[in-house]
Design a protein around this ligand. Structure first.
Ligand SMILES: Nc1ncnc2c1ncn2[C@@H]1O[C@H](COP(=O)(O)OP(=O)(O)OP(=O)(O)O)[C@@H](O)[C@H]1O
Ligand SMILES: [Mg+2]
Length: 411
């Protein structure tokens, strides 16, 4: 008998943890050879810890450490001292922000839109600044940089998230206003991609869902239910980019944003330590996301998968440097490395052998009263009372559509 414990490190979310706990209960005991495994979860609390304390959880799903640093440091201790498996790696999420992710994909030959990093607008708070600036800061021509990228362009922080500090710059006046306002934020200027589709891919371990995203819509309408909205080639690239970024940085639960023009896929944002998985955002895709989270974490703890802190960047860069390979060859080769990292084939075989009942059990649960209660509670907690009915109907409709679609694909 082997009991495995998954820790949930949570912020303010209630909906997906409830769903995760419920679906995890449906996993049931798993027999592998001589051993019977059980998997359960626990919500973690925050307290002082000794660096050599034992850690009870074999794996932690972290939704907190990107803004609350005490548990982030605990995660690092758990990883380095106790071998705890983490979704996600706090090491690379702390050190590799949007900017590093751009750089990695530039190095691998992906179509990152032309992007320039400019020095701070305002002096940083450091007594050595005046001396350094006078001696070493080169004057630069902001207008010339913008002219080269062309208008409109985007100005956004090197480590952005949640639209903080992002502006669309239409002309020189906008440019100077936005740069003046950037203050002590370090800014990228980026060429605009005039896109046909905005593809948002959520990856959990080796599972990836690419969704037609509408960034200009209110939250509950951003994920459109629109299957096959990308052509075959663009769809393949979108899946590959999302999974390659994750394997490269050792991220396991992340969303990637890509702008798609015909068959060209331009990645613009793919370092989201805490991707949105609220039922009120994902709706139709919510049962898939939480099932994937349960499947992948169960696979990791039961098979004893080890997390590596170190990266293998040279393997990716060897492909990048191969002059005989085309862009498509390289994407396929990077994806093969990513799938090797995530044990993708073994994972799906393992799920078929050990979790054959799970999808049916999730479908039954999502169709029932218990899930409807979760939806009602979440709507009540998210929207003002006069909007409850409207939103409940909206989400019930989308969940109902998912349930109906499952019936169609399984029958
Ligand atoms: N190069 C670009 N071309 C066209 N649109 C862009 C470009 N860069 C950013 N945008 C638009 O600006 C939005 C915000 O940019 P970005 O995703 O880089 O910032 P963010 O702070 O991470 O925002 P979010 O948290 O909403 O993803 C994008 O969702 C997209 O609509
Ligand atoms: Mg973004």
């Amino acid at each position: 008998m082997s009991d495995h414990l998954i820790g949930l490190l949570l912020g303010a979310e209630q909906d997906w943890p409830r769903a995760f706990e419920e679906i995890l209960r449906k996993v049931g005991p798993i027999s592998t050879g001589e051993t019977t495994h059980t998997v359960s979860s626990e919500r973690l609390t925050i307290e002082p810890f000794r660096l050599d304390d034992p850690v009870r959880t074999e794996l932690v799903i972290d939704r907190l450490a990107y803004w609350y640093y005490h548990p982030r440091e605990w995660l690092k201790k758990a990883s380095l001292v106790n071998g705890t498996y983490l979704l996600n790696s706090p090491f690379t999420f702390q050190s590799m922000e949007k900017h590093s992710a751009y750089c990695a994909l530039v190095r691998m030959g992906f179509k990152v839109p032309p992007t320039t990093l400019v020095p701070y607008k305002n002096p940083v708070d450091n007594v050595r600044w005046a001396y350094t600036a006078e001696r070493y800061n080169q004057p630069f021509d902001l207008d010339a940089i913008a002219d080269e990228l062309g208008y409109p362009l985007y100005m956004k922080p090197f480590d952005g998230g949640g639209w903080r500090g992002v502006s669309r710059v239409n002309d020189r006046d906008d440019l100077h206003r936005s740069y003046d306002e950037s203050g002590e934020m370090l800014m990228h200027l980026q060429a605009t991609v005039d896109y046909d589709h905005f593809a948002r891919a959520l990856s959990i371990g080796p599972e990836t869902m690419v969704v037609d995203f509408r960034p200009d819509q209110p939250m509950h309408q951003r994920y459109a239910v629109n299957h096959g909205f990308l052509g075959e080639s663009a769809g393949r690239q979108a899946v590959a980019i999302s999974r390659i970024v994750n394997a490269f940085f050792r991220w396991e639960f992340n969303s990637a944003e890509m702008l798609v023009v015909g068959d060209d896929v331009y990645p613009i944002d793919y370092a989201n330590a805490c991707p949105d998985v609220a039922v009120t955002s994902l709706h139709y895709y919510f049962p898939w996301a939480i099932t994937a989270l349960v499947r992948w974490t169960t696979f990791c703890v039961v098979t004893g998968r080890r997390a590596e802190v170190d990266l293998e960047t040279s393997r990716y860069f060897a492909i990048a440097d191969d002059a005989d390979m085309t862009y498509d060859d390289k994407v396929a080769a990077y994806l093969a490395l990513a799938d090797e990292h995530f044990e993708t084939d073994r994972y799906w075989e393992w799920c078929a052998e050990h979790l054959p009942h799970l999808e049916e059990a999730v479908l039954e649960w999502v169709s029932g009263d218990d899930f409807d209660r979760l939806l009602r509670d979440t709507v009540a907690a998210t929207y003002p009372p006069h909007e409850h009915e409207q939103f409940l109907a909206h989400f019930r409709g989308l969940i109902g559509l998912w349930v109906a679609d499952q019936g169609r694909t399984t029958s």
